[in-house]
Write a protein that binds this ligand. Sequence first.
Ligand code: RRO
Length: 319
Amino acid sequence: MTMRLSQTLFGATFHNPVLLAAGTCGFGEELSDALDLEAVGGIVTKSVTLEPRLGNPAPRVVEAGNAMLNSVGLANPGLERVCSEKLPWMREHLSGIQVFVSVAGHIPDEYWRIVEGFESVGGFLGYELNLSCPNDARLGGLPFALDPEVLRGVVEGARRLTDRPLLVKLAPNVPDIGPVAAAAEDAGADGLTLVNTMPGLVIDITTRSAALGAGAGGLSGPALRAVGVHAVHRARACTSLPLVGVGGITDAEDALQYLLAGASLVQVGTATFADPRTAQRVAKGIARYGDKMGVESIQNLIGIYEGADRPVSVPGGPA
Ligand code: RRO
C-alpha cells in the first residue's frame, strides 16, 4: 500500500504536506536551479513590505550551536516590484504547487495596503501574515504576535480585504501560545503557521560585539524543533484551524512529530540552506513511514499523538 500524501486544505490541493518556509526560498525562482519546485507541496515567499528594503548589515547569518541565528532585516523588493517581476514568474512556473505570499509591515495599515495590492493582481493561493518577525523593531514596538489583542486588529482588517486563505504566522516567545492562536482564529484566520524564529544573541568574545551585523537575531534550526512541536500541540488544543508546523525540520522523523502533534502541513526552512532538496527528501520519508505503518492517508496521522487529549502544561501557567 502506498500512503496518500495529498490533501485538500483551504479549498486547494496540496500534493504533499511539505512546503518551503518564508525567507528560505526567495520567490521560488532563486531556488529553481537547485531543486524541482513541483516536488514540494508549496512555497511561502520572502516577506513582502510596502516599500523595498535593503535589509540589515552583514553578517546576516551566523552559526549558533545546533542552530542558526539570522537578522536579514526583511530584505525584499517591495510590493510593486514583487507584483510586476516575481508574481509573473511564479504564475508561469509554479502552477502545480500552492503559493502563499508572506506579508510584513510596521503598522496594521501597511499589511492591509499590501493585501489590497496583491488582490488586484492575483496568481497565488493565499497569504501568510508575518506578525512575528523578531528582526523588525516596528518603530520601537514588539511583534504583533506577542499580544493577542494587537494581533486581532491586524488579522480582522486583512480578513475584510480578501477571501483568499489567510495564514497567520505566530511567535514562539510567548508565555502561552494558546490565547494567541485563539485570537487569530476569532479574527478570521484560516490557518496558523507555528513558529517563527526565537530571539537570540551570539557574542564574538574577541571583539566583544555581536556576531551578527544587526546585533540580536532570530534562532532557527534543530534547536527550535521541540519548541515548534509544543506550540503546535498547544494550538491544537485551543483552535480547530488547520496548523502549519515549522521549526527545525531536517528529516521525515522531524516532520512526523509535527504531524502527530496536529499540523496538517509542515515547512522546511533552515535545512534548505544546507541541502535544497531537503523538502523533497522529507516528503518521500513521510510516505515511507506511512507505508511501513500501513497508513492509508496522511490525514490518518494528523493529531494522533497519544498525549493529545492530556491537559497541556504551560511552564509557568496552570496545568
Ligand atoms: O528578514 C528577517 O530578518 C526575518 C524575518 Br522577516 C522573519 O520573519 N524571521 C526571521 O527570523 N528573520
